[in-house]
Ligand binder design. Structure first.
Ligand code: SF4
Length: 481
């Protein structure tokens, strides 16, 4: 296996593994959540064994795959625009085959082939191992499709090919699917029922990454707190498991501990959590191990109990406050981030004020905030009219974003005149004289390069900051090197 270096993004060195004997070229681009980016690395690995090396150059590709997102209508429009662009490329590269992967492929199924003539191949998130057969069908001139959702598939036996990797941080997926039927969300329909990956294969992947020089991993799942390994199969069938399987089951807190112990110097992050499934043991395990980063991404979506109920979020704002209080008690200074939706059907001005007051209570470090986007087939689409005017949605969203920016600055300023440990990931976007990395609280920090290098853990004295970025001076390597 050899590697090529491709300096495509300013100052960022991308390591792209290539197999010398492979002759075919795969261009793969991903949209949406980290799960999709992690899945694209699984796909690249499956196709590497089929003679494909990845390329960053669309016009030389034999196969172009788009890993699509369906979480909002805008995400789907972005994919359709991309497919239009491919029409032009196909004129200069007629041998090019085009395939769509991911949630939009799963949601639209064969309609994708009808609606987008350039598409030859439609593959759902659980059918990537069938790609070699499907590509063979396309090579024989037929369109190909497989959107069957699985009860077992976790791709735990596939060693991902790291794409666009900085060689320092990597995703490790631990669960697939989601059983929480939040009424606004398409994920349960596009990614199926929850199933967890064998902890042994997760630990092997972490050890392999450490051996390859990676310094930080993020454990990935739509809902990591719901992780439960009891020998394979769906989470919902756990009740039918044997007493032995129940007694020896591994939940998320246990998995976190196994990962932290496996590589004590490897930074461990995880995403995404759901407040209704997060247990105290997870927070206590985070407090017990220095290499588990003190940051929790804890989507809440709304601060109103009435809206939380309409969203089928199985917790109240009061229960969410209790969870936040426990996190801050057990891990003082833990960074917390959010997801928020503005303008969910029937949302009143008072519901919106409840969201703002919840944010005031938590003062999140940062967040991902969007207006409600009605998704076909979801419970919310079937039960509610999308009745909040776009202008009201946007006004409420801008108030949420403005408050978040104020809180981000408040939280970032708390690190002024302190020393933080930073893992160097790349050159700063603003200056090639500076390194950029993140603290364990997931805050970006930039400082002069001096003699340090990508992959170093460096102690930095924070002398200044912007709303979201720390600025400082390196004072030496940390003990974690
Ligand atoms: S927890 Fe809710 S929002 Fe998150 S993926 Fe599952 S259904 Fe969607």
């Amino acid at each position: 296996m050899e590697k090529t270096i491709d300096e495509t993004k300013q100052g960022e060195t991308l390591v792209i593994p290539q197999k010398k004997e492979n002759t075919k070229k795969l261009f793969i681009e991903s949209y949406g959540c980290s799960m999709n980016f992690s899945d694209s690395e699984i796909v690249a690995s499956i196709l590497q064994n089929e003679g494909f090396n990845t390329t960053q150059h669309l016009e030389e590709a034999d196969l172009v795959l788009v890993n699509t997102c369906s979480i909002r209508d805008k995400a789907e429009q972005t994919v359709r625009k991309r497919l239009e662009k491919y029409n032009a490329v196909k004129r200069i590269n007629p041998k090019m085959k085009v395939g769509v992967l991911g949630c939009m492929a799963e949601r639209l199924k064969s309609k994708f082939l009808e609606e987008e003539k350039i598409v030859d191949l439609v593959v759902g998130p659980d059918a990537y191992k069938d790609l070699p057969n499907l590509i063979a069908e396309v090579d024989e001139g037929r369109d190909a499709i497989n959107v069957i959702l699985s009860k077992e598939e976790t791709y735990g036996d596939i060693s991902p090919v790291r794409l666009n990797s900085n060689g320092v941080t990597a995703f490790v997926s631990i669960t697939r699917g989601c059983d929480n039927m939040c009424t606004f969300c398409v994920v349960p329909f596009t990614r199926g029922r929850e199933r967890s990956r064998d902890p042994q294969s997760i630990i092997e992947e972490i050890n392999d990454l450490w051996a390859k020089g990676y310094k930080e991993i993020t454990l990935l799942g739509q809902n990591v707190d719901s992780y439960l390994w009891y020998g394979g199969g769906l989470k919902k069938d756990f009740e039918k498991a044997s007493d032995f399987e129940k007694a020896t089951a591994t939940d998320f807190a246990k998995l976190l501990e196994l990962c932290a112990k496996a590589q004590p110097k490897m930074r461990i992050r995880f995403s995404t959590s759901n407040p209704q499934d997060m247990h105290l043991e997870v927070i206590e395990t985070m407090a017990k191990y220095d290499n588990i980063c003190n940051h929790i991404h804890l989507p809440v979506q709304s601060g109103s109990n009435r809206i939380l109920k309409a969203m089928n979020r199985l917790h109240t704002r009061e229960e969410y406050f209790t969870l936040i209080d426990n996190i801050k008690k057990i891990i003082p200074g833990c960074a917390i981030s959010q997801d928020m939706i503005a303008g969910f059907p029937t949302e009143t001005e008072q519901d919106h004020q409840d969201t703002l007051s919840l944010m005031e209570y938590v003062k999140y470090n940062f967040g991902y905030m969007f207006t409600y986007s009605e998704r076909p087939g979801t419970l919310a689409e079937r039960k509610f009219e999308d009745d909040i005017p776009e202008a009201t949605k946007s006004r409420r969203l801008s108030e949420i974003i403005a408050l978040q920016l104020k809180h981000s600055e408040y939280r970032t300023r708390q690190f002024l005149n302190t020393t933080v440990e930073v893992l160097i990931e790349k050159e700063s976007k603003k200056s090639n004289q500076q390194w950029s990395g993140r603290t364990q609280h997931n805050i970006v920090c930039v400082f002069p390069k001096a003699d340090y290098k990508v992959g170093d853990f460096v102690n930095v004295n924070v002398t200044d900051c912007t709303k979201a970025t720390l600025i400082g001076e390196a004072i030496g390597l940390s003990n974690n090197n």
